[in-house]
Structures are given as C-alpha cells and as structure tokens.
Ligand binder design. Sequence first.
Ligand SMILES: [Zn+2]
Length: 483
Amino acid sequence: MTDTEQHSTATDPALLDALREQVQGALPATIADLSALVRLPSVSWSAFDPANVRASAEAVADLARSTGVFGADDVRIIRSAFDGSTAAVAEADAATGLGQPAVLAVRPARNGKPTVMLYAHHDVQPQGDDALWETPPFEPTLRGDRLYGRGASDDKAGVMTHIASLRAIHAQFGDDLDLGVVLFVEGEEEFGSRSFRTFLREQKEHLAADVIVVADSDNWSVDVPSITVSLRGNVTFKLTLTTLEHASHSGMFGGAAPDAMIPMVKLLSSLHDDAGSVAVEGLTSYDADVPDRTDDELAADAALLPGVRPIGTGAVLSRMWFQPSITVTGMDVPSVANASNTLLPTVSARVSVRIAPGQDGPAAYAAVERHLREHVPFGAKLEITEADSGDGFLVDTAGWAVQEARTAMREGWGAEAVEQGIGGSIPFVSDLAAEFPEAQILVTGVEDPDTRAHSPNESQHLGVLHRAIASETILLARLATRS
Ligand SMILES: [Zn+2]
C-alpha cells in the first residue's frame, strides 16, 4: 500500500505539546476509571445477571458526562429490540425482546466541521474458570506494565480511550469545539450484537458521521500501532450428498454402487489444488502488500507439527488476510465406533468459506455453489441448506481519514502504523459500513499480541493505552481544526 501512501501535514507543535501534556497528566485518573469499570462484571450473555450490564452502562454514561463535551440531556442509555435476523435469542431475553443497554452521547457539529463517531463496547466475555486466573478476574491488578482483569483491554480500555481523548479535547478547546461527536458504547458486542442493526436504524439521524473510529482491534506490538484496513467476509452452508435410497451391505454392492462418501470426498478435495490453494473459479483475491512473516513463524504461531507444511501460495499474510480459504468444520457420518459394513446413502458436511475483502457474500456464495454443482461426481444428489453469508470489509486507504489517522498515530506512538488485515470477520463493522456507506471507518484498538482477550489473565498494556489515547486525542484535534 506504500505506493498510494500520502502524508498529511504534521500537527502544530504547540498544540501537539499541549495535547500530550493533557493526556499524560490525566493518565492516573484514566487508569483509576478503567479499574472501576473492570470491577463491574458486565458479562452480556443471557445466563448472567443483566443488572451488572445495566450498572456498567450507568458508569459509562457518567464517564461520558464527565468529559464536558456533551450536554446533560445528550447522554442516553438505550435498549433496542432484537434484530429479526438473530437466530439464537435466549428465552429469558425473548420475554423482553430487548438487547443489552448501549450508551449514546451526541454533540452536533458546528461551522461546517466534520462529525466523528467513537465506537467501543462496555460488555465483556465470561471469565471462564476462575482457577486459571492468577488474580481474580474482576479485581483489577497491576503487575509490571499491565493491568489484569476481564475487560481490562477488550473493550473497557477502548471505552476509556474515547473518554480520555474527549476529556483532553475538552480541556484544549472548551466550548469552542466545533467538531461533531457521537459516542456509541455498545452493551452486547460479546453476545452477537443482537440488537445492533435495530439500534443503527432507529438512531440513524443521531449517528450520521463522516469518520467512524472503532476502538476494538489490536496493534502490531506494544511499540508499533496497527490500523486495520481489511476484514475477510464469510460464506457458510450445509452440504448434503445422497446416492442411494437406503443403506445396503458393502460386501454385496461395494465396487459398483456408489456410497455417498466417495463423491463427498472427491467433491471436497476439488475445492483445493495440490498446493492447498482454493481452486474455486469466481472466488477472488485482494491484491496489496503485506508485512513479512515466514513459514517458520507461521508454523510456530499456529502450532504445526514437525514436518507439516503450510498450505497455499504467495506471502503468508496475504494467504490469511487477502485470499479465500475453505474449511470443512464438521460432518454428519456414523462414528468410528458405530461403523458397520454398509454403503452410506447420505453424508453431510458443514463448509465454512472465508472470502477476500472486496468480494460480496452473495457473489462468493454463487461461485462456490456453481463449483460444487459442476464437480459433483457420479450424479450424486446435491443439496445446500442453512446458507449464510457476510461481506468482508475494505478501507479506502487513500481516503483523507486514513491519512489523518496515520499522522496521528505517528505523532502519538512515535512509530509508523502497520496497515493490517484480519482473517476473520467483525460483523458489526460490515453492518456499520452498510448503514453508513459514506462514512470512513477506522478500525483501531488497544490490544497487543499479549493481551489474551477472551482468555484467562486478560490484561491491558498501560504504555499502549497511553499511546492509543494520545493518538486518538491528536486525531480528534486534527479533525476539529480541519478546514
Ligand atoms: Zn471487543
């Protein structure tokens, strides 16, 4: 991406010094507020007490008011109805029909300045087995450079990045701030964002923004920031092949009558070529430079056994970020213990396809379906059910917001940002992009490779938190003074 890279001008040195001082001076208070949030066990899953999520929504609303950026009536706690599309809504929730509380605070833009939406989430994953934690999950504990606790990073540090940046901006600009600000802190990201799309639709007039900052991703290292510029999409379905009206003895008909497993194995193997690259015509790849990662590093990170070779071709990170991949994640077949000498009449497989950023879900699904129908051997009857797809996400890295973010990160971290892709999907980012196609979305974050989000002993590196707040503050100041 270096060939499209442009540099926006540096921030005024006096302003930069003032902002850095604000952020640094407020850091102890920021860490204290983060610790108070971690003490609230705001697990959003339906089996956990929703009172804790309500308490954390109240705490976030208080923090939003404390920034000085919003009027008293402009900070609201909102619960929205579940999206119609949500498959698994627990019975207890279905009774109310409402998702977990989100916090929304709005300051309208003035004098032609842009509006920025700041997104994070205040709910957390369950803590899992308490015995695996070195210190209690909801007792924030400082060890070395890191603050330990469930949600200390994902994503309460994201919440505090927004709050601390808004405080610093308010200290700098006071009531002269013309930048429009929408603070949106969701309450059920870790439980599938089940009311997210309803919320976006119902609050659309308050949410419109030129730039959206999603503080819920990670960084290259504790010293080098990342800006996430692509996410893969996905296609999933159940594939069933049937060849016989009923099972029969393999010793009688085997060799002439095809069981369903033979065409299934041959059909699934047609999805990859001999190098292990996806061999489905019509599935696209995205083309961009990636940082170096060697096969040996991949083998260590993904725990390949000795002698097992990586699959695919091209740069390692391009295979994981920009090329499609296909995984068979389950099959309905008799277990080994129950295997008898019969020809199986029918076999099903769950197929999960990661699609390259830039290709839309329905087009990718159509390509995979066409491949399967064209390659099914022996006239086996093919059925596809439970199909679902989600679009990938691609940032226009030449957009002005990315240029501004790059400069702000350079000044806030003292290091160039790595533009990274993510091999998985963040469905709510695609939802945001679909609802606000004009907005430029910046996916940033406070995590680093040792954060262990969702796992025991999750922690936030406080140097990263400091640098993330500094860059977001600089970004907001640049947007506020942008002509
Ligand atoms: Zn998160």
